[in-house]
Design a protein around this ligand. Sequence first.
Ligand SMILES: Cc1cc2nc3c(=O)[nH]c(=O)nc-3n(C[C@H](O)[C@H](O)[C@H](O)COP(=O)(O)OP(=O)(O)OC[C@H]3O[C@@H](n4cnc5c(N)ncnc54)[C@H](O)[C@@H]3O)c2cc1C
Length: 414
Amino acid sequence: MQPTYSPDTDEFRSKITAFLDANLPEGWAGIGALAGEERSVFQKQWRATLREHNLLAAAWPAEYGGGGLTHVEQVILNEEFAKRGVPTAGANDPFSIGMVGNTILVWGTEEQKAHYIPRILDGIDVFCQGYSEPDAGSDLANVGCKAELDGDEWVISGQKIWTSAGSTANMIFTLARTAPENPKHKGITFLLVPMDQPGVEVRPITNMAGHDHFCEVFFDEARCPKGDVLGEVNNGWAVGNTLLGFERGVNATVTSLAYGAEFEQYKEMVVERGLADDPVVRQDVARFHTNVQIMRYRGMQALTRFLKGQNPGPESSIGKLFWSQHHQAITESAMNVLGADGTVGFGTDTRGGLGAPPIGTPNTAGNWMASFMIARPGTIYAGTSEVQRNIVGERVLGLPKEPRADAGPWKDTK
Ligand SMILES: Cc1cc2nc3c(=O)[nH]c(=O)nc-3n(C[C@H](O)[C@H](O)[C@H](O)COP(=O)(O)OP(=O)(O)OC[C@H]3O[C@@H](n4cnc5c(N)ncnc54)[C@H](O)[C@@H]3O)c2cc1C
C-alpha cells in the first residue's frame, strides 16, 4: 500500500522544495553534517529565515502571527524539511512551539494567546519544561514544588530536575502544587514562569555521552504574575496532559523519515563490513526495515487524527514506545556489527541532540557509539516505556486501571 496525498497538494510541495533550493547553503548535506558551534549558528539563522517567510509554526493561526497554513500543508512542509535534513525551528522550539505554544492555543485565554504566541515566534520567550522533580517522574502528579498567591503574584519554591535545554531558556512552564489539601491530581496548577530572576537557579548536568543536555532548576520564592496560569488554578493536571500528548506525538508524521535514513546507514555499514550474508544480521536488517515501515503507517494514522483537528491524545504513547525501543535495538545491533571499532572514542561524534541522528550525520563508528548512548534515555524521557504501556493499556485499550494506593489528600513525602 502506498498512501498518497491528494493531487491539489502538489503545488504546495513544489513551493516548499523551491523555498529550500533558494534558501539552503550551497552543497547542503543536512544539519547532521554540521558540528558544534557551526550547527547552532546555522539553526539560529535558519529560524530567522523561517520566521521571515512565515514558515515557523506554519499551521498556527495567522491572527496570532503564525503561518496560517492547513494541517496537511504543515505535514508536507515537515516531510520536505525532514528529507533534506533541515530543522523546522530553533533549538528550544520543541518546548516553545511544539509543547507549550500548542498547549497555549488549546487552553490559553485570548489575552494569553495574543501575548505569548507572537513572543514565542519572535524568540522573545524561549521555554523549557519544568515537570520532573526528584520525587515526581513517572508519578508526575506527585509534584511537590509549591506555589502560593501573594497579592497579584504566585510565589514558587521547590526543585525541578532533568530540565532539557534549561540553560538556554528564559521561561519555564511548570507544574506546581497549589492545593496540598486536595487529592494529588486536583491540586496542581500549570504556570508560566520567567527564569531571569533572583529566585531561579539553573545548574547544568552532564550526561554519559558528555553533553550538557539538561539541568536542575531551583525555585526559591521565584515569582510570576497571577494571570500566568494556563487553564484554571488546580486544573494543571489536565493542561499538563494535553502538553504530554504534543510532546509524545507531534513528530509522528516524520519519525519514519529520520529512522529510515538511519536504517540506510546501518545497511551500508553491514555491506561494507561483509556481513550481508550473516544470518543473524540479516534477521536484524529485516526487523529494522519492518519497524521503519510500521512507523510510517503509524505516522499516517497520526496524520488522520491531525487532519480531523484532533490533538495527539494518549495514542501518541504507542508511537513513542515504538520508536524509542527500535532505536535501542538498532544501535545495539550496530555496536555488534562494528565489533571492536564500536569501542572507539568520540573523535567523530557530531551527533548531539536526542532521537534519530539528523540527516547528514557521517556514518562513522564514533557517531554510532554516540547514537547507542543517546538511544538509552529514549525509553525514559517523555515518560518511560512502562508508563507508556500503562497509558496504552488503560487509556487507549480501556483495560482495568492499576491499583493505586494514593487516594485522598496529597502527602508531602519530604
Ligand atoms: C534525556 C532526558 C531528558 C529529559 N528532559 C526533561 C525535561 O525537559 N523536563 C522534565 O520535566 N523532565 C525531563 N526528563 C525527565 C523524565 O521525564 C523522567 O526521567 C521520566 O519521567 C522518569 O521519571 P524518573 O526519572 O523519576 O524515574 P522513576 O519514575 O523513578 O522510574 C524508575 C523506574 O520505575 C518504573 N516505574 C515507575 N512507575 C511505574 C509504574 N507505575 N509501573 C511500572 N513501572 C514503573 C519506570 O518505568 C522506571 O523504569 C528527561 C529525562 C531524560 C532521560
